[in-house]
Design a protein around this ligand. Structure first.
Ligand code: BG6
Ligand code: MG
Length: 222
């Protein structure tokens, strides 16, 4: 495979923002009398804000109008933004920065493919915006992962065909989106949860272009 593009999910791949999403949803849940656990939070990974709220309401057995749901989601987001506004470059996960620099140095394009509407805000906070040739976030797409739109758009913005692209994802919905976009999917995290991916890595601490090339070499027949 001729590697031309690496697309990165944000939450759980570049930074561990799941903890802030959890704190903000938990606060909302408590206010609403819903019991919400860390395990429940796993179900929200990779899923859009409104879908996350629907899952929370489902857990609590509550039904609300669309207008109320907008208010609830806004409230959660206000608290979430308070957390992310405290972030800085020290929160970039190990190995991410050198890997991004290495890819760019070798002429591989780098894109972001995130469901989050706060993606640009987070990239700015952690000083990473300049590393991306294209940024596709929750404001640009109409269909959430596992729909392939977010990754397909990233590739088309850069005029790169899907077969030359690799996606790094920590969520099942994201891996499915990458596969549906007909790209190579590299899971970041638990091999069992991400079993559908072409390959799974624990993180970027010991992963660079050489390791990626050897994974791609193995997958050449795909
Ligand atoms: C994804 C997260 O990246 O973004 C989800 O994994 C989150 O947990 C989604 O719900 C939407 O984020 P935001 O910032 O638009 O509320
Ligand atoms: Mg993610």
């Amino acid at each position: 495979m001729d590697l031309q593009l690496a697309i990165f999910d944000l939450d759980g791949v570049i930074v561990d923002t799941a903890k802030y999403h959890f704190l903000a949803w938990k606060r909302l849940a408590e206010e609403m009398g819903i019991e919400f656990t860390k395990q429940d939070n796993e179900r929200l990974k990779g899923v859009s804000r409104m879908r996350s709220l629907d899952i929370l309401l489902e857990i609590g057995g509550q039904v609300h109008t669309e207008a109320d749901k907008e208010v609830l989601a806004d409230k959660k987001n206000t608290w979430y933004v308070e957390y992310i506004d405290q972030m800085d470059a020290s929160e970039i996960l190990p190995g991410v920065l050198p890997f991004l620099a290495e890819l760019r140095g070798k002429g591989v394009k780098v894109a972001l493919g995130s469901a989050s509407k706060n993606a640009r805000r987070i990239l700015d906070r952690i000083n990473l915006t300049g590393y991306f040739d294209a940024i596709v976030d929750g404001n640009l797409v109409s269909k959430a992962k596992p729909d392939p739109e977010v990754f397909a758009l990233g590739a088309s913005l850069l005029n790169i065909r899907p077969e030359h692209a690799v996606v790094f994802e920590d969520a099942q919905a994201g891996v499915e989106a990458a596969l549906r976009a007909e790209m190579i999917a590299i899971g970041v995290g638990d091999p069992q949860t991400l079993a559908a991916a072409h390959h799974v890595i624990p993180g970027f601490a010991r992963f660079g272009l050489a390791e990626l090339e050897s994974v791609l070499e193995e997958k050449r027949t795909i």
